[in-house]
Design a protein around this ligand. Structure first.
Ligand code: NOJ
Ligand code: CA
Length: 713
C-alpha cells in the first residue's frame, strides 16, 4: 500500500514497479519499506535506518542522487558522515550510480555461542540487521544487497551480489567505492599500507586529516572522545582492504591488487568481507568488543578438541640475537642436542611446545631471497626429527614445526601435503609458517607458467593462507602464520588458525633500528590486537642482549641500543595484555634460570581464558586487562604504560563474588625505569578482596602482572 505510494511519487517509479514484479521476494520486502522508510529532504531519495539493540548506534542508508550511501551516529553524534558505497567491475557495469533502493529487510538476532578457545568462552551476538537491495536504473538490469548489522559495539556491512544476467562469467572487481568519512580532526593511530614491510611498522599518532593510506585495524578518537576502529571481518577469497585518503579525514576502501592490476577475481554470486566499525565511548570499550568474531561464520571444522592452546619455548631468540644461525653455515641452532635441551627445559617447567626453526634444508646463505631452495621434508644432518618427536612426546611435550617460505609460495604449495604429513607422523600439532619477502615479492607460478609477484594482503595470499589452514586441519595441525595477511576473525570458522604475527613483534627488539618504542604495546592493544591474537613472543629477561660479547667474531651482535625498551615487570604484563592462545616464553632457558622468581609468573599464566575484561586505558598511554583462566578459578591482570610512569587505580570488582583470593604481585620496584634500571621488580603476595581498589605504580615503560589465586576457605 504505502510502498506503492512511494513508488508512484518517485521519478524511478516505472523501474521500481517492474522490479517488484520481477520477484516475489522483492514484493514481500517491499512491504517492509513501509515500516522503515524515512523520507529525506531530497526529492525522491529513500532513506532507511537501523539502530543497535541498546539504541546508541544508528546507521542511515540512502539512495540520494542515485548513489548508495550510509552514515553512522553514536549517541546522536555523527561519527561517519554520509559515505558512498559501491563496486566497479572491469568488464561489466558497476554499482556506482543510477541506483535506487528497491527493497529492505530487517531482522533481529540475539544468540550466544561458545568458543573452543579464546579470550572468553561464551560470546553474545545481539544485532539488528538491515539488508538494503539496490537496483540500477541505467544500463543492464543489475542489483546488489548491502547487508548492515548493528551491534551495541559497532557495525558491519557487506556487499552481496546474486547471480544475475548482467554479471555473467568471471567478475573482475577493479575498485570498491566504500568510504569512511571520519573527519579530519579525529586523532588516528595507524601504520601505512602498501609498503614493503607489510604490517611491521611503528604506529603513528596524527590527526586523521594527515593519514594518506593506512592498514586496518586503524583506530580513531573523535574530538568528543568517541573511539572508532575500522577494519574488516571474514576476509575470504577477496583482497585485503586498506584505507586511502580521498579528502583529509575522508577515506576510501583500497583493495590490494593482483599483479595484473585487478583487485578481486570472482564470479557471481559472491559476498565481500564485512566492513567493520567498532564504536565505544572509551578506549577500553574497543578491546571489550566481539564484533569481528560475531561477523564470522561458525566453526566449519567440527570437533576441534585437538586444537590445544598453550605456552611454548623454542630455538628462536638465539638466532635473532645472533648467538646461533638458522643455517648450517655458522653455529647451527637446530641440532638434535640443542633441541633436547629445550625439550628438557619445557618439560621441567610445564611448557607444551618447543618451536624449532632452521631444522630443514634451505637456510644456508641468503635464505631471505632464495625461497625456492627450501625443502619441507629434508632435515639438516645434525637434526633428527623422528628421534626428537618421540623424545618430546615421551616427556609430554611436542615439537612445534616451522615452515619458512621466504615468499616462494609455489615452492611451498608443491610440498605442502608432504611437509604436513611428515610433521603429523612425528607428533607435531602446531606449525609456524613464515613469508619473509618484501610485500609484492610473493612468488607464484601463473597459469601460463610465468613467474608472478603478489602482495601479502592480496587475494592470492588470502586464498593461500586458508588453503594452508585447511590442509593443516586435515592432519589436526594448528597454524601460527608470520608475515601473514591480517586477522579478520577467521579463527571462529577455522579454529586451528590459532595465532599470527602481523605487526612489529619482539624480534624488532633484537635487530630493529629503532626497536619498538615504549608506547608500542600500549598502541597494539587498541589497534592490531582488535583483529585477533598475536604471536608477539613476549618474556625477554635479558633486556640488553646486544651488550653481551658475541659468541664468535663472525657473528657480530646488532647495535646495543636495540633492546626491549621495557622493564622486566612489563615483560610479564604482556602475557595478559597481548592475547595469544600460543604464547611463547621467548628468551633463552639460561636467562630464565637466572630469574626463577619472576619466571614463576610465566609458568603460571594460562593461554586460554573463560572471560576477559579491559579495565582501563588510553591508546598509546596505558592499559589494564583482567582475564579469568578457563577451567579454573584464578584471575590474572596485566597493566602497562608507555614511557610515562603512572599509578593506575584498579577496582577489583571483576573478581568472583563470594570467593577469597591471594594476589601474587610482580611490580616495578620504586626505582625501576626501562632505560636505567629495568630489572627492579617487587614480587610478593597478600590477600585481597573484590571490594578494594588496587593502586599499581608503574615505572617508565613499566608494568604489573598479578595472579589472583582463588583460595578455599
Ligand atoms: C620472521 C618471523 O617473524 C620470525 O619469527 C622468524 O624467526 C623468521 N622470520 C625466520 O623464519
Ligand atoms: Ca616477522
Amino acid at each position: 500500500m504505502q510502498d506503492i505510494a512511494i513508488a508512484k511519487s518517485n521519478p524511478r517509479d516505472h523501474y521500481k514497479t517492474k522490479e517488484a514484479h520481477m520477484c516475489i521476494r522483492r514484493l514481500i520486502f517491499g512491504i517492509a519499506i513501509a515500516f522503515s522508510a524515512i523520507w529525506s529532504g531530497s526529492a525522491g531519495a529513500e532513506t532507511h535506518s537501523a539502530a543497535s539493540p541498546g539504541g546508541a548506534i544508528q546507521v542511515v542508508v540512502t539512495d540520494e542522487n542515485g548513489r548508495a550511501a550510509y552514515s553512522v551516529s553514536f549517541n546522536g553524534e555523527q561519527v561517519i558522515a554520509p559515505s558512498m558505497l559501491g563496486l566497479l567491475f572491469r568488464d561489466h557495469h558497476g554499482f556506482d550510480r543510477d541506483l535506487a533502493i528497491v527493497a529492505v529487510d530487517e531482522t533481529t538476532v540475539n544468540e550466544s555461542w561458545e568458543q573452543p578457545w579464546g579470550e572468553r568462552r561464551i560470546v553474545n551476538s545481539h544485532y539488528n540487521e538491515l539488508a538494503v537491495d539496490f537496483s540500477s536504473s541505467e544500463g543492464p538490469e543489475r542489483s546488489m544487497t548491502v547487508r548492515f548489522r548493528v551491534f551495541n559495539d559497532g557495525i558491519g556491512f557487506r556487499y552481496e551480489i546474486d547471480k544475475q544476467r548482467a554479471l555473467r562469467k568471471s567478475v573482475n572487481i577493479i575498485d570498491e567505492l566504500t568510504q569512511f568519512a571520519v573527519g579530519e580532526n579525529a586523532t588516528a593511530w595507524w601504520i601505512p599500507s602498501g609498503e614493503f614491510n607489510r604490517y611491521e611498522y611503528i604506529y603513528s599518532k596524527t590527526p586523521a586529516g594527515d593519514v594518506q593510506d593506512a592498514h586496518t585495524p586503524i583506530t580513531f578518537r573523535t574530538e568528543t572522545g568517541v573511539h572508532l576502529s575500522i577494519h574488516e571481518a571474514a576476509l575470504v577469497d577477496y583482497s585485503g582492504m586498506s584505507l586511502q585518503r580521498l579528502r583529509p579525514g575522508n577515506f576510501k576502501a583500497q583493495l590490494s591488487p593482483w599483479s595484473d592490476g585487478v583487485r578481486v577475481k570472482t564470479e557471481a554470486p559472491f559476498k565481500s568481507p564485512w566492513r567493520t566499525i567498532q564504536i565505544a565511548d572509551d578506549a577500553a570499550g574497543l578491546i571489550n568488543s566481539d564484533l569481528i568474531l560475531n561477523l564470522n561464520e561458525p566453526n566449519a571444522l567440527g570437533d576441534v578438541s585437538w586444537v590445544e592452546p598453550g605456552k611454548y619455548v623454542g630455538i628462536w631468540w638465539a638466532m635473532h640475537i645472533r648467538d646461533r644461525s638458522w643455517g648450517n653455515d655458522l653455529i647451527h641452532g637446530a641440532t638434535t642436542e640443542e633441541t633436547k635441551r629445550y625439550i628438557d627445559f619445557a618439560a621441567e617447567h610445564g611448557f607444551k611446545g618447543v618451536l624449532v626453526e632452521g631444522w630443514n634444508i634451505g637456510w644456508d646463505g641468503d635464505w631471505f631471497n632464495n625461497g625456492a631452495l627450501f625443502s619441507f621434508t629434508e632435515s639438516y644432518p645434525d637434526f633428527d626429527l623422528e628421534e626428537l618427536g618421540a623424545y618430546a612426546q615421551s616427556k609430554g611435550v611436542r615439537v612445534i614445526g616451522h615452515h619458512e617460505t621466504s615468499g616462494d609460495v609455489s615452492n611451498y604449495e608443491s610440498q605442502l601435503g608432504a611437509g604436513f604429513d611428515l610433521y603429523e607422523a612425528n607428533g607435531v600439532a602446531a606449525v609456524k609458517t613464515g613469508y619473509v619477502a618484501d610485500a609484492g615479492q610473493i612468488e607464484r607460478v601463473a597459469e601460463n607458467g610465468l613467474k608472478r609477484y603478489e602482495w601479502h594482503d592480496g587475494q592470492f595470499m588470502v586464498d593461500h593462507h586458508l588453503h594452508v589452514v585447511k590442509e593443516a586441519a586435515k592432519r589436526k595441525i594448528s597454524i601460527n602464520a608470520h608475515e601473514p595477511v591480517k586477522d579478520t576473525g577467521l579463527r571462529r570458522t577455522y579454529p586451528n588458525w590459532v595465532t599470527r604475527e602481523g605487526a612489529r613483534g619482539m624480534e624488532f627488539n633484537a635487530w630493529g633500528s629503532p626497536p619498538n618504542p615504549p608506547e608500542h604495546e600500549a598502541i597494539l592493544a587498541f589497534t592490531r590486537m582488535l583483529s585477533g591474537p598475536m604471536d608477539f613472543t613476549p618474556g625477554i629477561f635479558d633486556l640488553e642482549p646486544n651488550k653481551r660479547p658475541p659468541l664468535r667474531e663472525d657473528m657480530q651482535r646488532s647495535d646495543p641500543s636495540n633492546r626491549p625498551q621495557t622493564t622486566l615487570a612489563k615483560q610479564l604484563a604482556l602475557y595478559v595484555v597481548l592475547y595469544s592462545p600460543l604464547q611463547m616464553a621467548a628468551d633463552l632457558p639460561e636467562n630464565y634460570e637466572e630469574k626463577m622468581d619472576a619466571f614463576q609468573f610465566i609458568k603460571d599464566v594460562p593461554a586460554d581464558w573463560e572471560e576477559s575484561v579491559a579495565l582501563n586505558g588510553e591508546v598509546g598511554e596505558y592499559v589494564t586487562i583482567a582475564r579469568k583462566e578457563r577451567g579454573g578459578e584464578d584471575w590474572y591482570l596485566g597493566a602497562l604504560t608507555d614511557e610515562e610512569p603512572r599509578s593506575l587505580e584498579v577496582a577489583l570488582d571483576f573478581l568472583d563474588e563470594g570467593k577469597s583470593y591471594v594476589a601474587q604481585f610482580y611490580r616495578d620496584g620504586p626505582d625501576a625505569d626501562w632505560e636505567s634500571n629495568p630489572y627492579e621488580i617487587m614480587i610478593y603476595e597478600r590477600p585481597v578482596s573484590r571490594d578494594e581498589t588496587l593502586v599499581l605504580p608503574l615505572a617508565s615503560s613499566g608494568g604489573a602482572a598479578v595472579r589472583f589465586k582463588a583460595v578455599s576457605e
